[in-house]
Ligand binder design. Structure first.
Ligand code: GLN
Length: 447
């Protein structure tokens, strides 16, 4: 723990932590130390972990990197936090992220952008940018993020880490600040596949507080890691042929595909003709859900309150106008618009139909393949400030990650070394619902 505290101090300029839990982490570490000495320590004893600042931890501040929740102290812990602690992990702090997890560069945070440790002029990725950089710069061993449209995988990819988005419903979201509830999942960011496996094992499984969690049995992912049976792999043809794809990422992916073949897996290129519909469907549906989820921040129940308001309506308006940042407001407006009478059928309902088509297409593909491959991101990490003023450019960069969230399937981002400028490159593997074991064992054999 002392080592990580020092690392955090050395890397303070990267802005990865919103708060370091010096007191509670030290106390927890002492308890774990005693348990190790008398042989009663849990599976995660010795793991120092950071949590994204949209995950509630009893008696600790949680802000979702928003002015709206500045100083808000959580009265209870998320199920994922309870599970980490019950297996003796030490929670070292809360990590910077895009405001309410809305963004892909960690530039929408009220507390400023997180900088990439490979090059501090580059973005960390988002929305779990702090989580990725904390692992990248060894400020903690692993971190939790949340992934609604790529927020675990994309920052992991930009920072050379492993990022796992589990199947929708695999992990409880109780105590996780909601963005788009039919998409949100918690996922680990780690530097080894075995850490991802042990974390998933601890975090997954039914929870009486969250009815969306599956009762599907939780496998012993760690024990299954060494099951390296040959797999049938599909490469999404259009994603590799995409004009938007960076040449270095493409080259690294082609080398990875050759390596999969050399390991005895069969690889086929398969056409996926719905690529153009992914980003539009994702942004119609998630903004609709966000506009509903964020209506609770009214200046009365939580966080920021305008004190000059003279009427109730005024209180709502002023508190929300002051508390939310620009990107969050844009999404609330867009989401309210697509849900409004007269537009509902044309946008929201249409997007639901598109989502079903995409899901059916992927289910069909995954009935004949074990694993599907695509890039994680079109480019390596870009410059801070480069894209943030153009929301459409930002949204289009999510093209390869939102597929797994629209369909609910599990997906993992794996590092593929660096380009000539030292920026990490990556590849994405996806599998059937509840096929995390396949993703993890294939990743283990590959890395
Ligand atoms: N970049 C995507 C978005 O802005 C993903 C965010 C997320 O997964 N939380 O919505």
């Amino acid at each position: 723990l002392d080592y990580y505290f020092k690392q955090i101090e050395i890397h303070e300029h990267l802005n990865a932590f919103n708060e370091v839990f010096f007191y509670s982490a030290t106390r927890q570490a002492k308890l774990v130390q005693e348990k190790i000495e008398n042989g009663t320590a849990g599976k995660l004893a010795g793991m120092v972990i950071g949590i994204k600042d949209n995950i509630c931890y009893k008696d600790h501040v949680v802000t979702a990197s928003s002015k709206m929740l500045e100083g808000f102290v959580s009265p209870y812990s998320a199920t994922v936090v309870e599970r980490l602690i019950s297996e003796d992990a030490v929670i070292i702090g809360r990590l910077n992220c895009d405001e309410f997890a809305m963004g892909g560069s960690n530039e929408t945070s009220y507390f400023g952008p997180v900088k990439n440790a490979a090059d501090s002029l580059k973005v960390a990725g988002g929305s779990s940018g702090g989580s990725a950089v904390a692992v990248q710069a060894d400020m903690c061993l692993s971190a939790l993020g949340t992934d609604t449209g790529g927020s675990v995988r994309q920052p992991a990819a930009f920072c050379g880490c492993i990022g796992l988005k589990p199947t929708y419903g695999r992990i409880s979201r109780y105590g996780v600040i909601a963005y788009a509830s039919s998409f949100d999942q918690v996922g680990p960011i780690t530097s080894s596949v075995s850490d991802a496996a042990v974390l998933l094992e601890v975090l997954a499984g039914a929870d009486e507080h969250d009815s969306t969690v599956s009762k599907h049995a939780v496998p012993d992912y760690s024990a299954g890691l060494k099951n390296h049976s040959p797999k049938k792999i599909a490469v999404l043809k259009e994603t590799l042929e995409s004009q938007a794809l960076d040449a270095d990422i493409k080259e690294a992916m082609l080398a990875a595909i050759s390596a999969f073949k050399a390991q005895g897996h069969t690889v086929e290129y398969v056409s996926f003709d719905l690529l153009d519909y992914l980003v539009p469907a994702y942004y119609v549906l998630t903004t609709a859900e966000a506009s509903s989820n964020l209506s609770r921040y009214d200046g009365v129940h939580y966080g920021h309150r305008n004190l000059e308001a003279v009427s109730l309506n005024d209180l709502y308006k002023q508190s929300r106008a002051e508390g939310f940042g620009e990107e969050v407001k844009r999404r609330i407006l867009l989401g309210t618009f697509v849900l409004s009478a007269g537009y509902y059928d044309a946008y929201y309902q249409k997007a639901q139909q598109v989502r079903r088509l995409i899901r059916e297409k992927m289910e069909e593909m995954l009935s004949s393949f074990d694993v599907v491959i695509s890039p994680v991101t079109p480019t390596p990490a870009f410059n801070i400030g480069e894209n943030i003023d153009d929301p459409l450019v930002m949204y289009m960069a999510d093209i390869f990650t939102v597929l797994a969230n629209l369909t609910g399937i599990p997906a993992i981002a794996l590092p593929l070394g660096n380009n000539a400028q030292g920026l990490p490159l990556s590849i994405q593997l996806m599998a059937r619902h509840f096929g995390e074991q396949e993703l993890l064992s294939l990743s283990d054999a590959f890395l």
